[in-house]
Design a protein around this ligand. Structure first.
Ligand SMILES: [Zn+2]
Length: 302
């Protein structure tokens, strides 16, 4: 499972965010659909595999747990529209991005609070007669669940999406692929969720920044990439925890992408981000917030 609910704060935690925690409580999480305990896996900062949550052995989701249904919706969503399901499932297709005040979250020595871990879950509420009410689309606190929905539901990209600072308000219009249609290095006047395939070169870290090469830009007649788009994560003000999370995710997605390509699968490694195009050098995009970048492997279809 890609996310779970923190038992104490009742907030949704994305598995990648475990990389950012000074201490991971193995007994601190439950399924967001049915409250069955789940445990975090491969979250060690040195372990370059994507973290996730799993049910404990010999346990299963309870009742008509949303999470089970969501898996089926993702499968169907690759073949056709699943709009009705998306309108009533909380986590699959976020309606908007809400960035919370992080002043508490950046200091891991402070006690856990509701501001620390992310989106409050709007779960189904049981009314007195035992009936349940669909929760509707939950907002997201990072772009990752939004980008996942963009990949997962190619037939539902006309759904609404409200990201502060981005004028275009559907999945289809809010995203923009870098280097599409052999356009070379472009100047972008509107803010978008930009994305591109990750290059195979390793990321380069300094005290001030992490630089990621993208496999997109200007190609010459010999089909060589002569000017690449680059992503600069400006992290001089970040804690080591945040740096670790972003650097790990970028390394993991690069490795995942190399594996997919070698296995001849159609899945590719993409980095998604919201950033400012550099004024001096338009091949560079600068990203300043760790919640506005993610790396995902998937097959992008239209
Ligand atoms: Zn469940």
């Amino acid at each position: 499972m890609e996310s779970a609910r923190d038992k104490n704060t009742k907030e949704i935690v994305e598995a990648e965010d475990l990389w950012m925690l000074p201490h991971v409580d193995r007994d601190g999480y439950e399924c967001s659909g049915c409250e069955q305990p789940v445990y975090p896996a491969s979250y060690l900062k040195t372990n370059l595999k994507r973290p996730h949550f799993s049910l404990f052995p010999k346990t299963d989701h309870l009742g008509d747990c949303d999470v089970d249904g969501e898996r089926k919706t993702v499968d169907s969503g690759r073949k056709g529209s699943v709009r009705n399901e998306l309108e009533t499932s909380p986590g699959l297709s976020p309606s908007r991005l809400i960035l919370k005040d992080e002043r508490i979250a950046v200091d891991p020595t402070l006690p856990k609070s509701s501001a620390q871990t992310g989106s409050k879950s709007t779960t189904r509420t049981n009314s007195n007669d035992g009936a349940t009410r669909p929760a509707g689309r939950r907002p997201s606190n990072t772009i990752r669940p939004i980008c996942r929905a963009f990949i997962n539901f190619p037939f539902d990209r006309n759904m609404s999406l409200d990201i502060p600072g981005i004028e275009d308000k559907t999945y289809l219009t809010a995203f923009k692929k870098l280097g599409a249609a052999n356009a070379g290095i472009e100047h972008f006047s509107r803010s978008k969720v930009f994305y591109a395939e990750v290059a195979w070169a390793k990321t380069q870290a300094t005290d001030d920044s992490l630089v990621i090469q993208l496999s997109a830009g200007e190609w010459n007649a010999e089909r060589q990439l002569v000017r690449k788009y680059m992503l600069r994560i400006c992290w001089s003000q970040w804690s080591n925890y945040k740096r670790t999370k972003v650097q790990n995710e970028m390394e993991v997605v690069r490795e995942e992408g190399i594996k997919e390509k070698k296995s001849k699968s159609k899945k590719r490694a993409y980095v998604f981000f919201i950033g400012e195009q550099d004024e001096q050098d338009p091949t560079y995009f600068n990203v300043t917030d760790h919640r506005l970048i993610c790396g995902l492997v998937g097959e992008l279809s239209w």
